[in-house]
Ligand binder design. Structure first.
Ligand code: DLL
Length: 433
């Protein structure tokens, strides 16, 4: 369902006029209120007045995660603290957390965007939404929650964890939409299995999964195990949280970016050159409606491409393809660039392996080594050793053939790799220790 027909199906020309107007207002605001941006503009001899077209955006320098860290915690806020009603922060697994703030209007904008996202992903006000994204500083739980209420659906704020109890709730309350990270969705299905609960007897129709990379093969696996239609939702705290882009359930082919709020660009990471539609590079966002924490040309480090083709759902907003990884996630193994999601795709093509894996990178005698640990099912694990060795060899060969990198494959016992209740940890890089 399209919740905001006006904006979501607007002819491009009209949409772009609105985007430009909103962009100019945002630039005025940050130039006046955020010393970091004022300095950036001054160093480049520009003022907001110089930005007269969307093309002119390219004249403004990028903002990076380091810039946010340098201004930790509130230095990038564009309103006085007494106008900030909510603070979230990223987990900070890659360093100091990044802190983001919202005015009351930002919270309301976010709820609107999340309501539109949920509707695009198949939800209506008739639905019961089982929201298993973590509540707290992470934007997933509260982001989905406010959107679900705005949509008028019934939301169960179950958060992550307490997995057995979640299965009981699913049985008793009959939720029809599941929102969770894809890795936690798989964990839920595994625990349901252990408890003798079949997803066939639950009421789920749609699952809205994101916050971490997942492959097309993983989608098929989840859809089959959880008996629902799975759509991909994308977002990041710095831009607003979830609700930046989502797939429509009609096409499930690329995520529509809410361009009436966010301007996307794709750049070549080393040079910063803007790339044309269709080319793969780093995604950059400019927010054009946020008050407390606008970001200008923010480098997300996420790798994807943009697709302007019209979509069968009728939305005119550009689509981003599935995020294949992050620039800082990319493993360089003896000179070969590998994203964890590429390995996932290879693994998920194979029969007998489970969607639980971990990549361990080491350095031995100055050489990088990659070990792929992947779980197999009960049946195959109790099979003859020779079969297991054959399977290990077959996986290693496929990784070499598809990705050009040699990996040692270790088949792991069922349920031996740690499960996540939020974002899965796929890579252990011992070279960094
Ligand atoms: O993960 C927001 C979110 C919550 C999105 C719930 C979707 C659902 P952060 O914790 O700031 O925010 O992490 C943002 O997660 O830059 C991507 O690298 C990654 N990410 C988010 N969604 C996807 C996705 C939330 N659908 C970072 N596919 C982003 C791949 C994703 N990666």
């Amino acid at each position: 369902m399209i919740l905001d027909i006006g904006f979501e199906t607007m002819p491009r020309e009209d949409l772009e006029a609105i985007i430009l107007r909103r962009l100019k207002a945002t630039l005025e605001r940050i130039y006046a209120n955020v010393p970091f941006y004022r300095k950036q503009f001054e160093e480049n001899n520009i003022t907001p007045d110089d930005i007269q077209s969307l093309e002119d955006l390219k004249r403004i320098p990028f903002t990076t995660k380091e810039d946010l860290r340098d201004n930790y915690p509130f230095g990038m806020f564009s309103v006085p603290m007494n106008n900030v009603v909510r603070i979230h922060a990223s987990s900070g697994t890659t360093g100091q957390p990044t802190v983001v703030g919202y005015t009351a209007r930002d919270v309301s904008t976010w709820a609107d965007l999340m309501a539109r996202s949920l509707a695009a992903g198949g939800a209506t006000r008739e639905d019961i939404i089982h929201n298993a994204y973590g509540y707290g500083l992470f934007t997933g739980g509260l982001g989905i929650h406010y959107g679900a209420e705005k949509l008028g659906a019934s939301v169960i704020p179950v958060s992550g964890g307490n997995t057995k109890r979640q299965i009981v709730i699913m049985k008793d309350f009959g939720p029809t939409i599941l929102t969770a990270t894809p890795s936690y969705a798989l964990h839920l299905s595994e625990i349901a299995d252990d408890m003798g609960v079949s997803f066939e007897n639950l009421k789920f129709k749609y699952g809205i999964f994101g916050a971490e990379p997942w492959s097309e093969n993983m989608r098929e696996d989840i859809e089959q195990k959880l008996q629902l239609t799975a759509v991909d939702i994308y977002g990041l705290s710095e831009v607003i949280g979830p609700g930046v882009a989502i797939e429509c359930y009609e096409a499930k082919k690329g995520l529509h970016i809410f361009e009436d709020h966010f301007i996307p660009e794709i750049i070549d990471p080393p040079t910063g050159d803007v790339l044309p539609y269709g080319e793969t590079g780093e995604l950059v966002f400019t927010t054009i409606t946020k008050e407390a924490f606008p970001v200008i040309r923010y480098r997300t480090r996420d790798i994807t491409s943009l697709n302007p083709e019209p979509c069968k759902c009728g939305r005119t907003h550009v689509r981003m393809n599935r995020v294949s990884g992050r620039t800082d996630d990319m493993l360089i193994i003896r000179g070969v660039n590998v994203f964890p999601s590429q390995i996932e795709s290879v693994l998920m093509e194979m029969d007998d392996v489970e969607p639980h894996y971990q990549l361990v990178v080491d350095r031995e005698d100055k050489l990088d080594t990659l070990t792929v640990k992947v779980e197999v099912g009960e049946r195959i694990f109790s099979d003859e050793v020779k079969h297991l060795q054959d399977l290990e060899r077959k996986i290693a060969k496929n990784i070499k053939d598809y990705l050009g990198v040699s990996a040692k494959v270790l088949l792991a016992e069922p349920k031996s790799i740690a499960r996540s209740e939020g974002k899965a940890v796929r890579v252990i890089d011992n070279r960094k220790i």
